[in-house]
Design a binder for this molecule. Structure first.
Ligand code: FO1
Length: 327
């Protein structure tokens, strides 16, 4: 066993944050003193948007706030105990989106980020600067420095930003496709490919496979890097007992023709021994019956408790993922 393993996690949103907290706790429990050097998180930026003149990075902020311990865990986004005075004022002006709330403390983050972007810093440099405020115990990297915000395409050709589809329409409009315009010309953010290449383990968090992990994998060079990684690639199923844990991943999976099941998502990522990415796939005890199907794909199935309902369970899942990667 490596004393201080180097671990990369691909993550987005709420499931990603909880999982990263668990991996950080598992590393700490193993005696890794500097988890900030051991743990790199490649974060989805497909959820990002410009609104009221500021740049929002919902998944980046979810990870940052969760690792700092200042997140609103109940709501799943934004800062705990935030107020909405500025948001109220924006609504009075008819600015922004009436269905999208910008908290006062959260707006401080967006203003700081936007200012630094306007000064010429890249998103990677901005995130690096933002990571100094709190002791996050992990290094956060955006998947790319390019703006490749996710667009949802409806069957009639209507296009809307992912956040409008997600928060205004609550994913009730059947999507025909998800696109990240410009992603073909994007590159992984500085440090991402190096982190993957040097990792003892690459973990795919139980985040939405289509709109959180999907954009990360769509960045040119990312799949090749994962397939070439020396360490094992271990994924955690976001589907437990045939159901989504939170969010609306089932609608997203249906749109791309994938069943809402642990084995179907494993099939979406594919086996590294074939044309895909995974060496091992953690599935819930409720999905034990899917183990044979996962093995049939050429991916090692591991049945483990997947619920991350408290810090102990998060840490146990983090440890299970590290153990699956044999680090
Ligand atoms: N989600 C909501 O359901 N309603 C909101 O008003 C809302 C505001 C918001 C502001 C900043 C931010 O970083 C995230 C915010 N979210 C909100 C969450 C976000 O829209 C999505 O849940 C994620 O992008 C999906 O991972």
């Amino acid at each position: 066993m490596t004393v201080s393993p180097r671990v990369v996690v691909l993550a987005g949103g709420v499931g990603g944050s909880r999982f990263v907290l668990g991996v950080r706790a598992a590393l700490q429990a193993r005696g890794v003193a500097d988890t900030g050097a051991a743990l790199t998180v490649v974060v989805n930026t497909g959820d990002d948007l410009w609104l009221s003149g500021v740049r929002l990075q919902p998944d980046v902020d979810s990870l940052t706030y969760a690792l700092a311990g200042v997140n609103d865990a109940e709501r799943g986004w934004g800062r705990r105990g935030d107020s909405e005075r500025v948001n109220h004022e924006l609504q009075e002006w008819g600015a922004g989106w009436p269905w999208f709330t910008l908290g006062d403390l959260d707006l401080g983050t967006h203003l700081a980020r936007t200012g630094w972007l306007r000064e010429g810093l890249t998103p990677t440099q901005v995130l690096e600067r933002m990571s100094h405020r709190w002791d996050l115990g992990a290094r956060l990297l955006p998947m790319t420095d390019a703006e490749v915000d996710t667009v949802v395409v409806l069957p009639d050709g209507t296009r809307m930003h992912f956040q409008e589809w997600w928060t205004r329409h609550r994913a009730t409009l059947a999507p025909a496709a998800f696109e990240n315009p410009g992603i073909q010309g994007a590159a992984p953010a500085p440090g991402v490919l190096e982190a993957i290449a040097g990792a003892d383990a690459v973990l795919i968090a139980p985040s939405n496979p289509v709109v959180s992990i999907g954009p990360i994998l769509a960045v040119p060079g990312m799949r090749d890097a994962l397939r070439a990684a020396l360490g094992p690639v271990v994924g955690v199923s976001p589907i437990i007992g045939g159901k989504v844990v939170r969010g609306m991943a089932d609608v997203c999976l249906t749109a791309i023709g994938v069943d809402t099941s642990a084995s179907a998502v494993a099939g979406l990522y594919g086996a590294r021994g074939g044309a895909g990415l995974l060496d091992a796939w953690l599935i819930g005890e409720e999905d034990e019956a899917a183990a044979d199907a996962v093995a049939g794909l050429g991916i090692r199935p591991l049945v483990r408790p997947l619920w991350m309902t408290d810090p102990d369970r998060q840490a146990a899942l983090g440890e299970a993922a590290l153990a699956a990667a044999e680090v």
